[in-house]
Design a protein around this ligand. Structure first.
Ligand SMILES: [Zn+2]
Length: 256
């Protein structure tokens, strides 16, 4: 995948080494020689909430029980209701009456589900036939939310691997992608998390994770002129796909 004049809106990140964070950073990066804005990580905030519960990064996971998740829904609903007051939205408006509840359920149970749910369970199978070619799963749905603006990221993920001693059922890839996507994410880290998880799970000889998606923080806010047609592409290559250029080209051709 080459960045050429036709696709100059694509960001190509090979092996997660590129440093711009998300669509917005690249939109702001400007011309050469401009000082780069880097947000410095300072530990300014408490690591526990008012109830003493530990806090964790937007794209991390801590498994919570059904009742703990329900508690979060209740708390979020009351905070969303406060936001309605701040925005001066009258909740006697029938369209808004139950929206704080809807929002709380949606964030906890759907959009941030992967933060609180256990990893999907898998059976890993032995590679009995000694398969030594690329296995590719194309077009896996990505439905995520950007950590910076809490706006949707929608797109497709393409995973290719050459098995070592194990293979994974093909349908499992989409469940893994979804588990990591259903959190506050940046696309670069989403790809790395999926790759790390698969490496640990099946120890493949080659692994590639390509994500091609649209970021609604760009589209809805109108950051650039033509963001409807702008896609962000990230690619993570591991093992033979990192070292063997022919293999990498074959993979990139097959996922086109
Ligand atoms: Zn964003």
């Amino acid at each position: 995948m080459q960045a050429d004049a036709e696709s100059n809106k694509e960001q190509i990140h090979v092996n997660g080494t590129a440093s711009s964070a998300g669509g917005e950073a690249s939109a702001q990066a400007g011309g050469a020689g401009e000082p780069r804005q880097v947000s410095v990580v300072k530990e300014d905030f408490p690591n526990v909430n008012a109830l003493g519960k530990s806090l964790f990064d937007a794209n991390e996971n801590v498994v919570l029980s059904e009742s703990e998740r329900q508690e979060i829904v209740e708390q979020a609903e009351s905070k969303f209701a406060e936001l309605f007051d701040i925005f001066r939205i009258n909740r006697n408006d029938p369209n808004s009456r139950h929206t704080p509840r809807r929002l709380a359920r949606m964030w906890v149970g759907e959009l941030f589900r992967g933060r609180f749910e256990a990893a999907p369970k898998f059976t890993v199978f032995p590679n009995r036939k000694k398969v030594d070619e690329l296995i590719i799963v194309k077009g896996i749905k990505v439905m995520s939310v950007c950590s910076h603006h809490w706006q949707p990221i929608t797109g497709r993920c393409y995973i290719g691997y050459i098995p070592g001693d194990y293979v994974l059922g093909l349908s499992k890839f989409s469940r893994i992608v979804d588990w990591f996507a259903r959190r506050g994410q940046i696309q670069e880290e989403l790809g790395e998390q999926i790759a790390d998880y698969l490496e640990e799970l099946i120890r493949p000889r080659a692994l590639g994770v390509v994500i091609d998606s649209r970021h609604y923080c760009m589209i809805s806010r109108g950051v650039a002129g033509d963001e409807d047609n702008s896609f962000t592409v990230t690619s993570v290559m591991r093992g033979l796909l990192l070292k063997d250029l022919n293999l990498r080209n074959e993979f990139l051709k097959l996922i086109k």
